[in-house]
Write a protein that binds this ligand. Structure first.
Ligand code: ATP
Ligand code: MG
Length: 428
């Protein structure tokens, strides 16, 4: 046995004569069901992980037999490896991440690596071994590997029982191509599909709780999200713009946002408030927002818009009003939260990490010049009639031209030829 254990304080410390290289294995679910498109989805996931982890101590990500192999640089501590595992779990397309060791296809090395992996998952009262070889050129059958590795673990952990159903620790041995991979830690990822496999969506992103969650949900289905934020500036401060940028930086960690267009919208709202029936103001603001988002979608070659609306949440989210705002759009509007309530959405925002930022106070442009009684059942002909008072086509062109553009790390996103460069480049 190459491992020596002794007790220091309450901790069992073990030293291994040969430390095996640490690895993470990424398991996917939906990608595995993709038939002849599967290679494209796997390739996208490889590229996303490699680019998003460029500052982490990992090597070249590779596809191996229905898994992705993420080698972790030697010298990386167990704690840092667990951090990488956590980050990997938040990437769309990742169903599960297993953190363990790579060794040669040699039973002695497999025993050592299994003991090492089991110590990472300790303490446990029960365990089992799940071995698999993907090719019969490895002479030891899976069932025999289960027995042999199990016997070594019984020696190492004499107080733990072997049970087949729901053991606390499951030590996996996978003999794939030229190596063996051994792990006992396995953490669930967010699942879904890799960003960049589902087309582009222009998201209406406020600094509220809902729209960041809606953005995350669509990114989790493979969409590249290009956000547009309407700021009340110059009628309000620019606080919401800073908050939205902070939200975008959180979404960026898992590649869930590609760009953000920031649009000063307050002066247009002021003109609408001065010239339209008060109860229709919010509907008119929102129709103008959707028209601007469609113009951006056109130049970005995005086939849909997305919002964080949820049915009946506020006056503008009745079906009558949703119908009237949708008539301003020339492409579908995706509303991934339409059936969700605020508590569910807030829970998810906590997990994504946007909740705290979204809970900060900022003036929202939708509430600017808010009438006492906003219309909850708008009638399209009346709205179209009220809209005639404003040169909206001209406004849309002006607004899109004056938008500030910020880019985030979203591997695989390339602005369409018709899309502007980010603002700093334009100013340089
Ligand atoms: P959120 O819904 O993001 O929590 P909110 O509750 O302040 O923000 P609502 O009035 O519920 O906003 O607006 C519904 C949807 O309209 C939002 O989810 C978002 O998609 C869009 N929206 C609202 N305000 C803005 C804004 N200032 N900029 C961009 N999109 C916005
Ligand atoms: Mg909302």
């Amino acid at each position: 046995m190459h491992i020596a254990t002794n007790l220091i304080g309450n901790y069992q410390v073990y030293t291994v004569s040969k430390p095996y290289p640490r690895i993470c294995l990424i398991h996917y679910h939906e990608i595995g069901l993709k038939g002849h498109n599967r290679a494209r989805f796997e390739q996208r996931l490889v590229q996303n992980v490699q680019a998003l982890f460029s500052r982490e101590p990992i090597g070249k990500v590779q596809r191996i037999s229905g898994r992705l192999l993420v080698p972790i640089q030697s010298g990386t501590s167990y704690k840092d490896a667990c951090h990488i595992e956590d980050l990997l779990c938040s990437i769309p397309g990742v169903q599960r991440v297993s953190c363990g060791y790579e060794c040669e296809r040699d039973m002695d090395q497999i025993y050592d690596a299994a003991i090492q992996a089991a110590h990472d998952a300790a303490p446990f009262q029960s365990f089992k071994v799940t071995a698999r070889r993907n090719h019969t050129d490895f002479p030891v059958h899976s069932m025999d590997m289960n027995r042999l590795v199990g016997a070594k673990l019984c020696d190492e952990f004499p107080d733990a029982k072997v049970i087949m159903k729901n053991p606390e620790c499951n030590v996996h041995v996978e003999v794939i191509q030229g190596s063996a991979y051994v792990y006992a830690r396995s953490v669930r990822g967010i699942g879904g599909l890799p960003v960049g496999t589902g087309g582009k969506v222009v998201m209406l992103l406020s600094s509220g709780i809902d729209s960041p969650v809606a953005t995350w949900r669509l990114a989790k289905r493979g969409a590249q999200c290009i956000a547009v934020h309407f700021s009340g500036r110059p009628q309000t401060s620019s606080t919401s713009e800073y908050l939205v940028d902070d939200i975008a930086h959180v979404l960026e960690r898992s590649g869930c946002i590609a760009r953000l267009y920031v649009v000063p919208f307050g002066d247009y709202q002021r003109q609408i408030a001065a010239g339209a029936p008060p109860e229709l103001r919010v509907i008119l603001y929102r129709r103008l927002m959707f028209k601007v988002a469609c113009a951006i979608a056109k130049q970005e070659n995005a086939k849909a818009l997305g919002t964080g609306e949820s049915l009946g949440q506020v006056a503008s989210q009745t079906l009558d009003n949703i119908y009237v705002t949708d008539q301003a759009c020339d492409r579908p509007v995706l509303r991934p939260l339409i059936g969700a309530d605020k508590l569910e959405i807030s829970d998810r925002a906590e997990k994504i990490g946007t909740f705290k930022i979204s809970s900060e106070d900022a003036p929202d442009c939708c509430t600017l010049f808010m009438p006492r009684r906003p219309e909850t059942h708008a009638h399209l002909p009346r709205v179209l009639d009220a809209e005639k008072a404003f040169p909206e086509d001209e406004w849309v062109t002006q607004i899109v031209q004056n938008a500030e553009v910020h880019d985030y790390n979203c591997p695989g996103y390339r602005p369409a030829r018709t899309a502007p460069k980010r603002t700093e480049e334009r100013l340089a």
